[in-house]
Design a protein around this ligand. Structure first.
Ligand SMILES: Nc1ncnc2c1ncn2[C@@H]1O[C@H](COP(=O)(O)OP(=O)(O)OP(=O)(O)O)[C@@H](O)[C@H]1O
Ligand SMILES: [Mg+2]
Length: 332
């Protein structure tokens, strides 16, 4: 792992209760210099959270206040729980994910489909990762507030997430925490999403496989959870197809308002329905919650993504070439 790549984004900072002042000049990227005011906290999982900060002062910057989001990760220092390597890895994955989706045009317009990292800093207790702020919020809250957005909308969002997964795969990155709260809405009309949170991401080239149980159980592929695979074997290794499983769950939630292993209207899964699916002979997921609302192509897409056998799931490129994206959508 190259520390240099991460060091480029590091800024020395004086961190107070309400403000943060960046001391070292940092890079010339807006959002990595000046004095920032902490205006609110967005609660997250695992004791981490996200601060929303407004720019108070930056030499030479005038105009509307700039806003950023800062993920605050608790530093675990005891030898048994030391997470410094994990934090370094997530910083590295975030910088690589940013670079993987950057083109000359997107750089110029500052619009990339991955949340842009601005800088990072730390104190004795936390590591802080500053990134662009998506004021509209996340997909979890959006589909809660505007349920059943329709299949055309679902298709567009899925296409954008798949396009990011294509680039991540090319850079040998697995996100490992695709879920609605990590998909941010950059624009509502037209819908434009940004994939965020590379906290659990892994650069595959560093190792011969992925083994750690990470991410949120509701969205984790069976092989991540150490479940038996389709042939009854317990596997401890997995690959980037775990992101396709998670996307299948997200897509099901967008289309039906419910988790595929949950009860109608509930975005959380039930362990017994999940085990039922893993143990079923057919290997086919019951898509009863999609009945009536979703075209056959849409249902097939969800089932394809939620294949128990990781090798049977489509790659992001294969998924993008699926009939669902090419045909007229008519519910059956
Ligand atoms: N750049 C951002 N702009 C706007 N909201 C954000 C940004 N990054 C995160 N959030 C929101 O802040 C909240 C806390 O995020 P956090 O990542 O800590 O928790 P989470 O997404 O619920 O779980 P996880 O830690 O597994 O990713 C979430 O609602 C998330 O959508
Ligand atoms: Mg998150």
């Amino acid at each position: 792992m190259s520390d240099q790549e991460i060091d480029l984004y590091y800024v020395d900072s004086a961190i107070g209760d309400d403000t943060v002042q960046h001391i070292s000049p940092g890079r010339s990227i807006p959002g990595s210099r000046g004095i920032w005011n902490i205006v609110k906290f967005l609660p997250g999982g695992n004791g981490d959270d996200v601060q929303v900060q407004n720019l108070l002062y930056e030499p030479g910057v005038v105009g509307p206040p700039l806003c950023r989001a800062v993920k605050r990760i608790v530093r675990q220092k005891s030898p048994a729980r030391d997470n410094s390597l994990m934090i370094k890895r997530s910083l590295l994955c975030m910088t690589r994910a940013n670079h993987s989706v950057e083109t000359e045009t997107s750089k110029a317009s500052n619009a990339i489909p991955v949340v842009r990292m601005l800088c990072w800093y730390h104190d004795a207790f936390y590591v802080y990762i500053a990134m662009e702020y998506c004021a509209i919020g996340n997909l979890r809250d959006w589909i809660h507030d505007y349920p059943f957005p329709g299949e055309t909308w679902a298709r567009e969002v899925t296409k954008q997430i798949l396009s990011v997964l294509v680039e991540l795969n090319c850079s040998q990155l697995a996100h490992r925490n695709i879920k609605p709260s990590n998909i941010l809405i950059a624009s509502a009309l037209p819908i434009q999403i940004k994939v965020s949170d590379f906290h659990n991401a892994k650069w595959m080239a560093e190792d011969d496989g992925l083994r750690t149980q990470v991410g949120n159980l509701d969205y984790s592929a069976p092989e991540v959870r150490g479940e038996r695979d389709h042939a009854g074997r317990v596997t401890t290794e997995y690959n980037t197809s775990v992101d396709m499983w998670s996307l299948g769950i997200v897509l099901h939630e967008i289309l039906s308002g419910s988790h595929p292993f949950g009860r109608p209207g509930h975005p959380r899964y039930s362990e017994s329905r999940y085990q039922e699916y893993l143990g079923s002979d057919s290997g086919q997921i019951s898509l009863s919650l999609l009945e009536g609302n979703t075209s056959q192509y849409g249902k097939t897409m969800v089932a394809y993504m939620l294949s128990r056998d990781p090798a049977a799931r489509p790659t992001p490129l294969e998924a993008l070439g699926d009939q669902w994206f090419l045909k007229d959508i008519r519910p059956v």
